[in-house]
Design a protein around this ligand. Structure first.
Ligand code: ATP
Ligand code: MN
Length: 465
């Protein structure tokens, strides 16, 4: 017999009554009626909503219905889609047969209650996708990923896969995880130091912290490229916006200056939010009700106003004269802390802010030096409540200046030969930025902790289930 096609609950809920449908999913709740039947709510992950199934206890397949049809069990339901008389749904399923693939013992299945804290759910990361919140986060995450590819492909960008294992440290981006096949207990040594000639690659290697430098190589040939891949940072920061493993989107554009870069960053973020507002309405309404009452308002705000553009020096000036008390004091030359970033975006401008022209001393060697010799063409995009979501810059394209900056920062020019070559042969003005994907998901859904914006969060002391 040919396998019957499964009907997605999302489609059925928008459908007209009809016979011969098949629902397959997991039971969320069951309510028994005295009349010899049960109402079961089934979810298949296609949308937030469940579909109601009416299960007659007399069905052949339901001899042990009370033991089998438990919360968490997995079912296939053949039946008819009928108009519902109950409130809350316009259609429901009158079951003709129900097959229970796997039941779930109510004594032990952890997701019995209607509500569980997100902290608790992180301890059962193999089961948490079966909750409304995590299910909705992952559908929004998926839509964002899809529209990121659409945004760039529609504009002629080439999707570039940069390596995960690298020998280069994207200077200043963070601590790196080492990759090695050497015996940690007894590594080969030369003059008392670990001999990496003996290691798998014959060199010390690490997991990438950014694909930028490699993306620059391809931008110098294909003009417009973007990466979208995992990055790794061994920073020991237990915050609600840092992960040890996160995904980053890094466009790199030949012939773009800093202004073009800022323009693209704004267009990109607004495009993504507009798309999600249009295509993830059910999930976003859920977040707006249950997670953050101002979510839709905030997202609509971001898409309908130009981002403020503010030179670093003016940002410092504003922060110095405010009466707001900060944990870290500010002066020209300091790094902006999250509290400062949030103050500017949330309180001063009440919308996204792009800070640009940062002091040369606090930014990496590859950012283009301004004529003042003191600042570089860096830009950070700050969102209300979140702080930094994008970091980017126009890149230094002048060979001599770049060489000087490499030496100034006490880096080894030998290591950057290939990078310098790009300025020796056919150098071009170019710019790019990096957007943290999980921070984007976090902001779009309103979840407070970045650990709930990724299927399996990796943070200090947490790498398992
Ligand atoms: P922050 O100052 O917030 O730690 P950063 O300046 O170190 O970030 P960049 O090196 O500029 O970050 O990386 C580009 C983007 O990647 C950031 O704007 C942010 O959205 C994201 N990002 C950076 N580090 C992390 C992390 N540990 N976890 C999740 N996202 C991150
Ligand atoms: Mn940054």
């Amino acid at each position: 017999m040919a396998k019957k096609k499964r009907d997605r609950i999302k489609d059925l809920l928008a459908d007209q009554p009809r016979d011969g449908i098949l629902v397959q999913g997991w039971v969320r709740t069951r309510r028994d009626s005295k009349g010899g039947f049960s109402f079961i709510e089934v979810n298949d992950g296609s949308c937030l909503k469940n579909i109601q199934i009416i299960a007659d206890h007399k069905l052949d397949s339901l001899k042990d219905w009370d033991k089998l049809l438990t919360t968490g069990s997995c079912v296939s339901v053949h039946g008819n889609l009928v108009a519902s008389e109950g409130k809350g749904q316009s259609v429901e399923v009158q079951a003709a047969s129900i097959e229970v693939h796997g039941s779930a013992d109510p004594e032990h299945y952890p997701l019995q209650k209607k509500f569980h804290s997100l902290e608790y759910l992180r301890e059962i990361s193999h089961l948490r996708p079966r909750t409304n919140t995590i299910g909705a986060v992952m559908r929004v995450r998926n839509r964002l990923a899809y529209s990121i590819h659409r945004f760039f492909n529609d504009r002629g960008f080439v999707y570039l896969h940069t390596p995960i294992i690298t020998t280069s440290d994207c200077e200043g981006a963070g601590e790196m995880f080492q990759v090695t096949t050497l015996d940690m207990a007894d590594p080969p040594k030369n003059d008392g130091r670990v001999d990496y000639n003996e290691d798998f690659f014959g060199k010390k290697t690490s997991l990438t912290v950014s694909g930028q430098l490699e993306a620059e190589i391809y931008a110098m040939a294909l003009s417009l490229v973007y990466t979208f891949g995992p990055t790794f940072r061994a920073e020991n920061s237990n915050t609600s916006r840092h992960l040890a493993e996160f995904w980053m989107i890094e466009p790199e554009m030949a012939f773009y200056d800093l202004d073009d870069n800022m323009e693209l960053a704004q267009e990109f973020i607004q495009f993504l939010f507009k798309d999600v507002l249009e295509h993830c309405t059910g999930d976003l309404e859920f977040f707006n009700q249950r997670v953050d009452k101002h979510l839709l308002e905030t997202l609509n705000q971001v898409v309908s106003h130009d981002f403020e553009r503010l030179p670093y020096s003016e940002a410092i000036h504003l922060l110095e004269k405010t009466s707001e008390k900060f944990e870290y004091s500010v002066e020209w030359g300091c790094n902006l802390q999250a509290e400062h970033e949030r103050h500017l975006a949330e309180k001063v401008f009440k919308k996204p802010v792009i800070i640009y022209n940062y002091p040369e001393t606090i930014k990496p060697f590859y950012m283009k030096l301004n004529e003042d010799g003191e600042t570089v063409r860096a830009m950070d995009v700050l969102l209300p409540r979140l702080g930094e979501i994008i970091g980017g810059s126009q890149r230094e394209d002048d060979f001599d200046t770049l060489m000087k900056r490499i030496k100034q920062k006490e880096l080894d020019p030998e290591e950057y030969n290939w990078y310098l070559d790009l300025r020796k042969y056919g150098s071009a003005p170019h710019s790019g930025f990096g957007l943290g994907f999980e921070r984007l998901v976090q902001f779009t859904t309103g979840v407070e902790n970045i650990r709930d914006a990724i299927p399996f969060p990796r943070t200090p002391k947490h790498a398992g289930f």
